[in-house]
Design a protein around this ligand. Sequence first.
Ligand code: ASP
Ligand code: MG
Length: 598
Amino acid sequence: MALVVQKFGGTSVADPQKIKAAAAKAIARHDAGDQVVVVVSAMGHQTDHLVELAGEITPRPNAREMDMLLSTGEQVSVALFAMAIQAAGREAVSLTGAQIGIRTDSRHGKARIKSISTDHVRTLLDGGAIVIAAGFQGIDQHGNITTLGRGGSDTTAVALAAVLGADLCEIYTDVDGIYTTDPRILPAARRLSSIAYDEMLELASLGAGVMHSRSIEFAKKFGVPVMVRSSFKDMPGTMILPADRAKPRPASGVALAKDEARITLESVPDEPGTSHALFSELATAGIAVDMIVQNVGQGGRADISFTVPSDDLHQAVDVSRRVAATLGATGVSHDDAVAKVSVVGVGMAREEGVAGRMFQALADAGINVRMITTSEIKISALVSRADAPAAVAAVHAAFGLETPTSVEAVDAEDHGAKPSPLEVVRRLEGMEDLAIEDCVLDCSQALVTLLDLPDTPGVAADVFAEVARAGLFVDMIVQSHPRDGRAEISFTVPAGDAERATAAARGIAAARGATVADVPHVAKLSITGVGIRSHAGVADRLFQPLTDAGINIDLVNTSEVRLNVIVAAEHGPRALAVLRKAFGLPATGGREASASPA
Ligand code: ASP
Ligand code: MG
């Protein structure tokens, strides 16, 4: 007997017929001998209607009352769902978030789950009932109803699956799974049979948002296998699994974040504390920063570029101008018409030339790359917004993602035993707290920088084609925002390959009027965890302790699941110590002998 959580989204319970059809799915599971918990969203566009209704009363509805109002949508759908099951002659009990005991903090409209009691649900399940749980809602310590944020029923479902130790969490929705890219942008997109939690996390916030990304954070932390499938078609969907269970591919998907804006602080004195000064102010202003790129710079000065959602541009520019003045930067520039294209794949770390393939595809399509950042499983390029659809198509094709064999190879029903929760879970106070897993130091890499490259389409492609020809494994890649028609690209390689890498870089530079700077040994610090992007200001928690310790940051890469910084080799051990302390990790540990090349 298995325990299964089934979640039905708004479109899957949009009318009485659909509720009956969804109920039939729960009944089929139950009749097959499994215990079933159903989580439902509000019917159809009910939540939108309630939001509009409030707007007709007042433009600024009180947050507590808003949650009181919005939670009614799910209260309607759970009751109807339970009735549908009872009408078919089975036992069912509907429960609100409060009745289950879903405890949250008090941040109305975006509450985070702290704990969930399981006693009541278990008693009902053991008594033979199907439990119908209201998604999206909880209760704070004072008994106020809270909601988890739009789309939050996914998070309720996976969190319930986590605390109940469910064998599977099925997300029934109006699409039949996770695709290699958004099929509305690229019809050649294909459904994946499986995808890793980390890939899903990197893709979700990047725009392929089929699921609430906080739900994937729960799944990863607690080891919940999740299946995303269609409510309307009887076919397997996509399994979301730990990286070692999903099919490793150099690329699983291509994501587009099309409404980005770029800001650059020009010629900031290259000394400890500059990043902290900027990103702490942005965090205080509540602005979520996405890509962060700091170049190596020349003459003791470096540019710091970052992207924010377009909507936040004006506020972010105001903050940046203020900070730029205090830091003595020479100027602030911005661009509102950019988009970020990312390729994501847990297998890319084991394959050579992945970055080169992506940049070549963009170059062949005549698309100029404005900025580059990478993580272990993701390469992101900033392009002009007008080029975005062509960029997605080019990259998708370059990785063969439109061919079925590359994406649908595993048997979706057999994924082995249930994954186990992350070690860090035992230390968490609230279920949804930021979970920093580890901070490690890698002293095995060298840094190579090409300065003064011409800013033309294909430069990055040329550089990484040359690097691949030299047989070099590249780990981090950073291209800063080009200025005055010149671009700067930095990358890291194993220190043993430093000479060959520098020689290759010199060759490329000579042909293009560029120069090369190399650092044979650098220290790379990586912080891994869950919730790095969804919790505000985490990147700054990295900058602050380094600033306090007087350690200058040479390069930064940020992603959903990881923060990487490069500092001078001699500062490595001290940087490790201050960061482990800052993130509450035990002082011992965190040393990594060698890098995992990308
Ligand atoms: N009903 C809520 C919303 O529309 C929660 C959900 O559907 O997940 O956002
Ligand atoms: Mg949804």
